[in-house]
Design a protein around this ligand. Structure first.
Ligand SMILES: NC(=O)c1ccc[n+]([C@@H]2O[C@H](COP(=O)([O-])OP(=O)(O)OC[C@H]3O[C@@H](n4cnc5c(N)ncnc54)[C@H](O)[C@@H]3O)[C@@H](O)[C@H]2O)c1
Length: 250
């Protein structure tokens, strides 16, 4: 029987106070891991953009076996109205924050010759969704970090993988989920006909962090209900209806 047992493992999760991160924390704990949260809304607050704050978080979690770089933020604006300040903030949290987390994870794990790191990328790592210039660039950049880190850290027994969620119901996407017509159109392109829940991302993260994924490194796993596989649209009013935030066959 396949068992996911992380008892005795120590994990650090950035952005673990809300949404996807909170579900990752809960699922890691269910699997038996001891989990430390690094979040601006945590106690103590930890800012992934701040080196000193991050160093302290890693000291508290040491010796760390699992690191999840998940903290992220978003700003919506057309390209020509994206302010330099918004660009810098999104890049600072999503890309530099992931770099800071990854760099410290590597420094802590290399001497122990083991570890598993999971990064939260996005379908936006691949897609140019409108009004998300900085966000898309930050998430594409995370794949650059992923590939480089997987290559460098593999010889030290450290695996590095990423999850690429599609539209997941969190406060970050509350605006989307408040608009049924927008959801209806968005989910036309999703073979499973709906958005995702944070727990559905968390289970993939915990799998990638676990020994069940012992030969997986450098992978970017889409968790998007098939969105990226079937971009030309799956659902239409001819054969289906949209009820309670999901498409179903008539
Ligand atoms: N929700 C989605 O549809 C979706 C899709 C793809 C990827 N993602 C990614 O998933 C991750 C989690 O997003 P979410 O939807 O759960 O959002 P969320 O806002 O619910 O959670 C993000 C968490 O990150 C924390 N955070 C923000 N800035 C921080 C900083 N500087 N330092 C430390 N912590 C910080 C927040 O306090 C919050 O707890 C993000 O990287 C996001 O880009 C989300």
């Amino acid at each position: 029987m396949v068992r996911l047992d992380l008892s005795g493992k120590r994990a650090l999760v950035t952005g673990g106070m809300n949404g996807i991160g909170r579900a990752i924390v809960a699922t890691l704990r269910e699997a038996g891991a001891e989990v430390f949260v690094a979040d601006v809304e945590g106690d103590p607050p930890v800012d992934v953009t701040d080196e000193t704050s991050m160093q302290a978080a890693f000291e508290r979690a040491a010796p760390v076996d699992i690191v999840v770089a998940n903290a992220g933020t978003v700003r919506f604006a057309p390209l020509d109205r994206t302010s330099p300040a918004d660009w810098e903030r999104v890049i600072a949290v999503n890309l530099t924050g992931t770099f800071n987390t990854l760099r410290l994870a590597a420094a802590h794990m290399k001497p122990r010759r083991k570890g598993a790191i999971v990064l939260t990328a996005s379908t936006n790592s691949f897609d140019g969704e409108a009004e998300l210039t900085a966000y898309n660039a930050s998430k594409a950049g995370i794949l650059g970090l992923l590939h480089t880190a997987a290559g460098e850290l593999g010889p030290y027994g450290i695996r590095v993988n990423a999850v690429c969620p599609g539209l997941i119901r969190t406060r970050l996407t509350a605006g989307h989920f408040a608009q049924p017509q927008l959801l209806k159109d968005y989910f036309r392109h999703i073979p499973l006909g709906r958005g995702g829940e944070p727990e559905e991302v968390a289970s993939a993260v915990v799998f990638l962090a676990s020994p069940l994924a012992s030969f997986i490194t450098g992978a970017a796993l889409l968790i998007d209900g098939g969105q990226m596989a079937a971009k030309f649209g799956t659902w239409s009013d001819d054969h289906a209806r949209f009820v309670d935030d999901h498409w179903e066959l008539i």
